[in-house]
Ligand binder design. Sequence first.
Ligand code: CAA
Length: 257
Amino acid sequence: MQPNHLILRREGAVGVVQLHRPDAMNALSLELMIELVDALEAYDRDGDIRCIVVTGGPKVFAAGADIRDMAEATVAEMVRRNQFARWERIRNISKPVVAAVCGYALGGGCELAMLADIIVASETAQFGQPEINIGVMPGAGGTQRLTRAVGKSLAMEMVLNGRFIGAREALSAGLVSRVVAAETCLTEAMRIAEEISRRAPVALRLAKQAVLAAYDTTLSAGLLHERALFYSLFATEDQKEGMAAFIGKRKAKYEGK
Ligand code: CAA
C-alpha cells in the first residue's frame, strides 16, 4: 500500500524516501512518522537495498513535528504516545542513510536530518531548532546531536534563541558534509548513496555502527569496539573478495556474505 505522506522509489540498490506533505511544510505528523519508520525499516530488511536516501521537497525538508498534533496535549497524553520510541527505531536503521536537505530543516526536521549518517545540503538549506519560540525545546535529540555536531556555543544560540543557520555555516560548523546547488542536491545525495551501495554491505553496517559508537563511548571503549568489529569482518566472504580483487587488479563483487 502506498503511504499518504511519502513518495517511495528505488534506483538500483538505493531506496529513496521523500517526505511529501506539501500543505504543511512536511510537518512530521504522527501518521507521517509511522509511515517513515515503516518505510525505512522495510528498506533496512530488503536484501536488494544497500543505502537509503531521505529527502523532502525543494523548499522544505521538514518544518518539525506537527504543532497541531501537540498543541492541546497533556503530559500524560505525550507520555502515552511515546512518539520518540519511533525516532529510536530510525536511529537503529543499520544501513547507511544519506539526507538531502533543501530549504528548511527545523525542529524535528533538523533532528531527522541529524539521524542520517551524511547530510548533503543545498545552498538554500536552513537548519534550526526553533522550539523555544513555541514554548518548548527540542525533544527528538536536538540538544544532544546538534551540540555534538556544532559545539556548545552555536548549539546554545540555536536552541535558546531559535537562530537558523544556512548551509555554508552548517558546513563550517560540521553539521553537513557538503553544500551543493539546489537543483543538484538530490542528484548529489543519490550519487553518494550509489557509490556507498557498491561497497561491501556487512562492512558498511559495522562501520556505521562503529562511527556512531564514538558518540556514546570513551575513546578506549570505542577503540576496543572498533577492533572487535574489524576482526569480525575477516569472517565474511566480502573481505576475501575485496582483498583478492585488489591484489588481482579487478573490481570487487560484493554479495553481503
Ligand atoms: N506543524 C504543523 N504545521 C506546520 C508546521 C509545523 N511544524 N510548520 C508549518 N506548518 C504549516 C503552517 O501552519 C501553514 O499551514 P496553513 O497553510 O494551513 O496555515 C503551512 O504549513 C505553511 O506554513 P507558513 O505559512 O508558516 O509558511 P512560511 O513560509 O511563512 O514559514 C516556516 C515557513 C518558517 C517553516 C514556518 O512555517 C515555521 O516556523 N514552522 C514551524 C517551525 C517549528 O517551530 N518547528 C518545530 C516544531 S516542534 C518540534 O519539532 C519538536 C521536536 O523536537 C520533535
